[in-house]
Design a protein around this ligand. Structure first.
Ligand SMILES: [Cu+2]
Length: 177
């Protein structure tokens, strides 16, 4: 090989190396951009904004037949995520609790009387769907139950535990503003 040919080969190799490295860097930049776009999408607070329209309610029952709340307030149009927690130790057949939200105009004493004889359906009377806006399962000590429902129209509603005899104390007002 003469000197000219060697120069030609060197230039060619140099050019190729330059092309390869340029292409490589461009690729890296593109990858970076893709990652950035992905991360930005995850940071969008859309989910949090939706959560502000959820009223999270926790109501606690115990072995002395009490709820810790006698009044619950939510806003019209909100989704209600209600958790009933039984912080006692007694079994469900002795000190069972539930949370029952009655529809407007339903007499609580009438409902509770019917419920007391509905042991087979966990003290939710059969055919009472229209009397109830929402209710949890019946739970015993150490258990929790969570339900989700749409807040009813603006107004004041009764809630109770429908386990026999409990509604005399375990009751309150559910207020939609
Ligand atoms: Cu109860």
């Amino acid at each position: 090989m003469n000197k000219r040919n060697i120069n030609y080969v060197l230039v060619t190799i140099f050019s190729l190396a330059l092309l390869t490295s340029c292409g490589g860097e461009k690729k890296k930049e593109e990858e970076k951009e893709t990652i950035k776009i992905g991360a930005q999408k995850e940071e969008e607070p859309v989910v949090e904004e939706a959560d502000s329209n959820v009223a999270e309610v926790v109501i606690v029952g115990d072995d002395t037949m009490r709820f810790d709340l006698s009044e619950i307030k939510v806003k019209a149009g909100q989704k209600v995520k209600l958790t009933l927690r039984h912080k006692g130790k007694m079994a469900v057949n002795v000190m069972g609790h539930n949370f029952v939200l009655l529809a407007s105009g339903v007499d609580m004493v009438d409902f509770a009387t019917k419920a007391a004889s509905s042991q087979a359906t966990n003290y939710i009377p059969a055919g009472s769907e229209n009397d109830i806006i929402a209710h949890t399962n019946l739970i015993g000590g150490g258990q929790t139950a969570t339900i989700e429902f749409d807040a009813p129209a603006v107004g004041t509603y009764d809630f109770l535990c429908s386990f026999p005899g409990h509604y005399a104390i375990m009751k309150g007002k559910f207020i939609v503003e």
